[in-house]
Write a protein that binds this ligand. Structure first.
Ligand code: ATP
Ligand code: MG
Length: 443
């Protein structure tokens, strides 16, 4: 097997070798190379002790915040390459942190501390080092732990979520012993720092194998988001749906483009349903009045607890809030949506509506999907005409108003908003003269 390494990576490895140390590529980049994918990052392992690594790369900018674990980051060409001294980990105390790190000389010992066989391979001098059969597992598309699954997941429970992420991203089958351990040890995820879980959760949601993983491991997800547990198997009792709440959610996630924001929105959009379910006495038909507002509360609370960025939470909560709002194709109403959500926001909302309706009863869904596509075109038409839907687009600004005699202060903003409303409603053309005339009436 040949591997054309990027020049930077080759250079780093050669410098270590020239200093009499062994240098290996390890982990994700080896896995991705075997899958013929472009690696996300390049991790190196070396026999050099951290101090020696620092000496070898003394002339280059270094990142030293991982030094405690034996990691030296070398900054090169705008990237950080992590170079970690070969190590094994001491006994784990709290399902999170190894209590001590011991440096070792043998690559096999370092690979043995890694989570899954597909991540426990190394590359040096044109040869693959694969003591746990990772390559064969990749070929079989099988997720197996290095060593005894229950024990390995207990050591660091983040591996539970990482396992689901890899199963989803790489469409892996999960080895039966691992599957059993993932379910049995799921509660330990409660001890894991939320910051560490975010990336794995998003990776899981955006993987091509997400559907199967989400359906099979809802109990694991429910440790992070307890409302998932209540959605599983919750029958909707309505002709619009053929799936229970959780299955509908999962199908809608997978009907969405693999975008972290959109897929997160779909994960939460209907989680409020079980808490507002009512049934008509005569027909038994189910309703979920007000569920979007409850789902919005759930997404805000959950994403905050998982330490998502404020801006992400705000966007996601807004989309959940409006996920079943009615979207009518009149330009006047479209402009109002554009004003409320912005162009990207409205485009995202349409994706959410499309995904939601793709996962209901197809007998009703087709008509709805057709009208959503027509709506999408109507929005594009409004955008093509460069219509006015935000204060920025208005043909006058605050300075113009002051020049026209409006006193400086809150009244400027009030009149601008009023003008925008009237322009969006087509009661007023977005033309400077007409707007200034109206200003004189309003001031
Ligand atoms: P990605 O392609 O998303 O970066 P990755 O497998 O490289 O995936 P990283 O988080 O970059 O994931 O970790 C690099 C390597 O470190 C992994 O391939 C694995 O060998 C090891 N590793 C990472 N996290 C753990 C963990 N929690 N337990 C054991 N080994 C881990
Ligand atoms: Mg990586």
């Amino acid at each position: 097997m040949t591997w054309q390494l990027p020049q930077e990576v080759r250079g780093l490895m050669e410098q270590l070798e020239a200093a009499g140390e062994a240098a290996y590529l390890v982990g994700g980049c080896v896995r991705d190379h075997l899958l013929q994918r472009e690696p996300e990052d390049w991790d190196l392992a070396t026999s050099a002790l951290p101090q020696k690594t620092q000496q070898v790369f003394a002339g280059m900018p270094l990142v030293l915040d991982g030094l405690r674990h034996g990691t030296v980051g070398v900054v090169l060409g705008g990237r950080v390459y992590e170079i970690t001294t070969l190590r094994r980990e001491g006994p784990y105390e709290d399902h999170r942190h190894p209590s001590q790190v011991c440096f070792v000389r043998k690559i096999e010992a370092d690979l043995a501390r890694r989570d899954y066989t597909i991540n426990a391979m190394a590359w040096r001098g044109g040869a693959l080092i694969d003591p746990f059969g990772g390559q064969a597992d990749l070929e079989r598309r099988l997720l197996r732990c290095v060593g005894e699954p229950r024990r390995r997941l207990e050591e660091d429970a983040l591996r539970i979520l990482r396992g689901l992420r890899f199963a989803s991203q790489l469409c892996l089958e999960v080895d039966p012993a691992v599957r059993e351990a993932l379910h049995a040890r799921r509660a330990l995820l409660g001890d894991i720092a939320p910051e560490r879980m975010q990336k794995e959760l998003l990776g899981l949601l955006c993987g091509p194998g997400a559907e199967q993983v989400l359906l099979e491991y809802a109990d694991v997800l429910a440790v992070l988001i307890p409302e998932v547990g209540d959605a599983v198997g919750f029958c909707q009792h309505t002709p619009y749906h053929i799936y229970d709440v959780w299955t509908h959610i999962v199908k809608s996630i997978c009907a969405c483009p693999p975008d972290p924001l959109l897929r997160t929105v779909m994960l939460f959009h209907d989680l409020g349903k079980p808490y507002c379910f009512t049934q008509e006495a005569a027909t038994g038909r189910g309703h979920f009045y007000g569920h979007a507002a409850i789902s919005e509360q759930i997404i805000r609370r959950s994403l905050r607890a998982l330490r998502f960025r404020q801006d992400f939470i705000r966007k996601a909560a807004l989309l959940v809030h409006y996920h079943d709002a009615s979207l009518e194709p009149q330009p006047r109403l479209i402009r109002r949506w554009l004003n409320r959500l912005g162009r990207q926001g409205l485009e995202a909302l349409i994706q959410v509506h499309l995904a939601d309706n793709s996962a209901k009863n197809p007998a009703h869904g087709e008509k709805k999907l057709a009208s959503l596509r027509a709506y999408q075109e109507a929005v594009e038409e409004v955008l093509r005409q460069e219509d006015c839907f935000s204060l920025r687009d208005l043909a006058v600004n605050g300075r113009d108003l002051i020049a026209a005699g409006v006193p400086q202060g809150p009244q400027v903003g009030e009149i601008l908003s009023r003008l925008l409303e009237e322009v969006m409603d087509e009661r007023l053309p977005n033309e400077r003269e007409a707007l200034l005339q109206r200003v004189r009436q309003l001031r």
